[in-house]
Design a binder for this molecule. Structure first.
Ligand code: UDP
Length: 329
C-alpha cells in the first residue's frame, strides 16, 4: 500500500523533529522542511538513512514547491522562544504570514489537510485563568512579544479564511509551554535556562518576583494530542497543554532539587509584557479528542534532565547567538 505523505515544516526544531519521529513510526512518508535558522539537523539526523524520509532546506516564507502528492501538511516552522523572536522579529512575522499563505496555497493545490501550530501566545497576558479557546486574548501588538503573538493570530485568521472560503481541511492546535529532549539549551526558555545554569554551576535566574505561572507539558503528550487532532474532524482551535500550573519561583526550587545543585536563586528584571499566568483549559481536547496529558512533571523533568546531562560538555557553554541579521529583511 502506498504510504501517506506528510510535509512537516520546522522539522529540525524541537517539536518538528518529534513529529517526524511519530509520523515515521506510524508508517508515513515524511517530507521534512526547515531553513535551519533555529532548527538543528542533529535532531533529525537519525532519519536521513530511511527511504521514507526526505529533507528540504528551504524557508517557507518563500514560494514552497514539493513534487508529488501530499496528504497532510503540519506547519511548525517559526522561531518560538522569546529570545529568538526578539532577535529575528521580521522573520518571525514573515513565517507566520507569508509562510502560512504559501502553505495554504500548497494545501489547496494538493488537496491536503493542513494543521497549524498556533500557541497560547494568542491569549497574550491573559486576564482569565485557565484560558479556554473562546477567550480572545489580551495582546499588545507593538510590544516585543507582539511579533510572535500577532503572527500566530494572523496565521489562525488566514487558516480559518481558507477553511471557510475555499473549504480547505484545516486544524489549529494552540500549544502551551512544552518541554523535553531536543530543546535548545541556549534558547532562553525557562526550563533549559534553569537546567543549563544548574549544570554549569551558575545561579538560577528567576525573572521578576517569580510569582508568574506557567503549565508545562511533556513533548510526547503534546505530540499525541496533535496526532489525534489532525485525524479528528474538528476545525476550530484546540488547546493542547498540561494544566498543572506552577510559579516560576517554585519551578526554580524544583530544578534545584532535581539537579542537586548548591547554587541559589537570583532575581532579574521581568521582561516586558511577560504573561503573569498561563494554564490551558483542556475541556475541548478531552471531549473532542479523548486526550489528556499522561506524563507528570516529575517524570518528564527526569527524562529531560537526563537528556541535557548526556550532551557533550561544549553544548553546555551558553553559546553566543548566531548572527541573525541577514534574516531580518
Ligand atoms: N523565566 C525566568 N528565568 C529565565 C527564563 C525565563 O524566570 O531564565 C521566566 C519568564 O520570565 C517567564 C517564564 O519563565 O515568566 C517562562 O518563560 P519562557 O521564556 O520559557 O517562555 P514564555 O512562556 O514566557 O513564552
Amino acid at each position: 500500500m502506498k504510504r501517506k505523505r506528510v510535509l512537516i515544516t520546522g522539522a529540525a526544531g524541537f517539536l518538528g523533529s518529534h513529529l517526524c519521529d511519530r509520523f515515521i513510526k506510524e508508517g508515513f512518508h515524511v517530507i521534512a522542511m526547515d531553513n535551519l535558522i533555529t532548527g538543528d539537523l542533529q535532531n533529525i539526523e537519525h532519519l536521513f538513512k530511511l527511504e521514507q524520509f526526505e529533507f528540504y532546506h528551504h524557508d517557507v516564507s518563500k514560494f514552497v514547491y514539493v513534487p508529488g502528492d501530499l496528504d497532510y501538511i503540519l506547519h511548525f516552522a517559526s522561531p518560538a522562544s522569546p529570545i529568538d523572536y526578539l532577535k529575528i522579529p521580521i522573520q518571525t512575522l514573515k513565517v507566520g504570514s507569508l509562510g502560512i499563505h504559501n502553505l495554504l496555497g500548497l494545501a489547496k493545490n494538493k488537496k491536503a489537510r493542513l494543521l497549524i501550530a498556533s500557541t497560547s501566545e494568542v491569549y497574550g497576558d491573559p486576564t482569565v485563568n485557565p484560558q479556554p479557546e473562546e477567550y480572545w486574548g489580551n495582546v499588545n501588538p507593538v510590544g516585543p512579544r507582539g511579533v510572535y503573538d500577532e503572527a500566530k493570530r494572523f496565521q489562525e485568521a488566514m487558516t480559518m479564511a481558507y477553511h471557510t472560503f475555499h473549504g480547505l481541511e484545516t486544524r489549529i492546535v494552540r500549544i502551551f509551554n512544552t518541554y523535553g529532549p531536543r530543546m535548545r539549551l541556549n534558547d532562553g526558555r525557562v526550563l533549559p535556562a534553569f537546567i543549563g545554569q544548574a549544570l554549569r554551576g551558575e545561579d538560577l535566574t528567576v525573572f521578576g518576583d517569580g510569582s508568574q505561572t506557567r503549565s508545562f507539558c511533556y513533548v510526547d503528550d503534546l505530540v499525541e494530542g496533535i496526532y489525534r487532532l489532525l485525524f479528528s474532524d474538528y476545525a476550530g482551535p484546540v488547546n493542547i497543554g498540561n494544566p498543572d500550573e506552577i510559579t516560576m519561583m517554585d519551578f526554580a526550587e524544583e530544578i534545584i532539587k532535581l539537579t542537586g545543585t548548591s547554587q541559589k536563586i537570583v532575581c532579574q528584571p521581568l521582561p516586558t509584557d511577560d504573561p503573569k499566568q498561563r494554564r490551558p483549559d483542556i475541556t475541548k481536547a478531552k471531549e473532542i479528542l479523548g486526550w489528556e496529558p499522561k506524563v507528570n512533571r516529575a517524570e518528564g523533568l527526569k527524562i529531560t534532565y537526563a537528556y541535557f546531562k548526556s550532551l557533550p560538555k561544549e553544548a553546555l557553554v551558553a553559546k553566543a547567538h548566531k548572527d541573525f541579521n541577514d534574516y531580518n529583511r
